[in-house]
Design a protein around this ligand. Sequence first.
Ligand SMILES: NC(=O)c1ccc[n+]([C@@H]2O[C@H](COP(=O)([O-])OP(=O)(O)OC[C@H]3O[C@@H](n4cnc5c(N)ncnc54)[C@H](O)[C@@H]3O)[C@@H](O)[C@H]2O)c1
Length: 256
Amino acid sequence: MSGRLQGKVAVVTGGASGIGEASVRRFIGEGARVVIADVDDQRGKTVADELGSAALFVHADVTDQGDWTHLLATTSAHFAPLDVLVNNAGGGRGVGKIVDEVYEGHRAILDLNLSSVWMGTRAALPVMGAHGGGSIVNISSIDGLVGVEGMTSYAASKFAVTGLTRTVAFEGGPHNVRINSVHPGFIRTPMTAKHTGAVKARLESAIQKQPITRFGTPEDIANAVLFFASDESSYCTGTSLVVDGGQLAGPHRDPM
Ligand SMILES: NC(=O)c1ccc[n+]([C@@H]2O[C@H](COP(=O)([O-])OP(=O)(O)OC[C@H]3O[C@@H](n4cnc5c(N)ncnc54)[C@H](O)[C@@H]3O)[C@@H](O)[C@H]2O)c1
């Protein structure tokens, strides 16, 4: 039986952990060959070794222009020019009020969450266009669609990813390159497992007020990423898919 990504070559940034790792596994299960691009060499190699010849680990810091050049060249040489790029690597939660943030920290969050997506998209678009097209999937957040107190730089970076996605869709369209964003809610990954104390309590309380009162799994997000990566979404570009257990469905009120 043919998979939904049979014959496709994909690059997943941050593919060694969490949502990225789940996407790598989902893609390979659907017939793709996948490059895991990450700065965590140990975990990246372990995942790639487990997955066999359909996976390759390449050390790449998504904030480094030179690493992007090396990553796409290695992908072409080892497998073939990429058909799918998942710009997933990211992080850096809020630190509180804007007056408590420092410029260096703000810049680091923009570099990791926004400039990385800009660099990856800029590098991948011509490669995809030259061989008939492709799909770029950007991992934003629900924090890229609504304001969240105490998350200024993170939210700004994720809103910018939404804007970049919608804008670049116009450039990709004529070359059959689609570009869409996925907006996870609260997902149980190593990133959220780090939360303790008051932050953890606030997160759990917010989840209890959602229509679906559980954490999402990385696989919940990987399923949405797969949809945009595959030809099943061939008429979708410049759009956003929220996967959040209903967190953004509306404000929670006690029954009247
Ligand atoms: N977990 C959530 O609840 C949640 C919610 C909304 C959005 N997101 C977004 O989903 C994406 C993945 O998050 P996750 O929860 O799976 O995180 P994670 O911490 O489990 O995994 C992130 C991966 O990115 C890698 N990485 C970090 N910096 C990198 C760099 N400069 N270059 C290359 N790789 C790098 C890490 O080594 C790690 O393997 C992020 O963009 C995050 O903002 C997560």
